[in-house]
Write a protein that binds this ligand. Sequence first.
Ligand SMILES: CC(C)(COP(=O)(O)OP(=O)(O)OC[C@H]1O[C@@H](n2cnc3c(N)ncnc32)[C@H](O)[C@@H]1OP(=O)(O)O)[C@@H](O)C(=O)NCCC(=O)NCCS
Length: 180
Amino acid sequence: MLARLAGDVSANAIQDPLPADCLIRAATIKDAAGMADVWRCRHSGPRLDAVVGIAAEINRAARGEGRLVLVAVLGGRVVGYGRARLWSSEEVVGYRNCPAGWWLSGGLVLPELRRQGIGRALMRQRLNRLATTVHSKVDVDNLASRGCHRVCGFVEQTRDFQSPGVRSPDTPMVLLQWRT
Ligand SMILES: CC(C)(COP(=O)(O)OP(=O)(O)OC[C@H]1O[C@@H](n2cnc3c(N)ncnc32)[C@H](O)[C@@H]1OP(=O)(O)O)[C@@H](O)C(=O)NCCC(=O)NCCS
């Protein structure tokens, strides 16, 4: 496999090898359908609903409303994405040990393209762009995601926390933190 460096990185960013012709960039509204197709490799639900929800998130990111959405594109096709969102102090009130600020809010790579550095590049580029303390939560048994966070420099904070947007409150999760 040919290696190239992640596209669209700042000059002092750590650069990761990626599959040839794979680029990481900010999502545009034209990526919403492709992102929904990636989303459906892990989630169930109507594709149209996913497209609408993703398009809304991309628009919020474009307006600077506390969202960040990056895509990995290979051969013109969206093959992965990474998202982040900003939780305000008001939004985390009542959640135990839940810091306000930027949180990663989902990264996904097509199964057939995993273990080639795409997930790591999507994560590192989100961190490079945010350039501040970032939190993330991961299912305890999601070893792939925990490994990806670890190689990007996240460290475990606690498993005793609550946060908004958790699908199943009974799933044990780890709160992770990355600092500049
Ligand atoms: C997590 C995910 C995005 C990683 O994407 P990826 O492109 O395969 O990751 P990378 O190839 O960049 O791997 C980066 C590091 O993560 C770790 N990792 C990735 N997959 C792993 C696995 N299956 N088991 C253990 N560690 C793994 C490794 O440390 C790896 O570095 P290495 O290859 O040098 O050993 C991908 O597995 C995925 O889409 N999973 C399903 C969705 C998900 O769980 N998202 C996270 C929600 S919090």
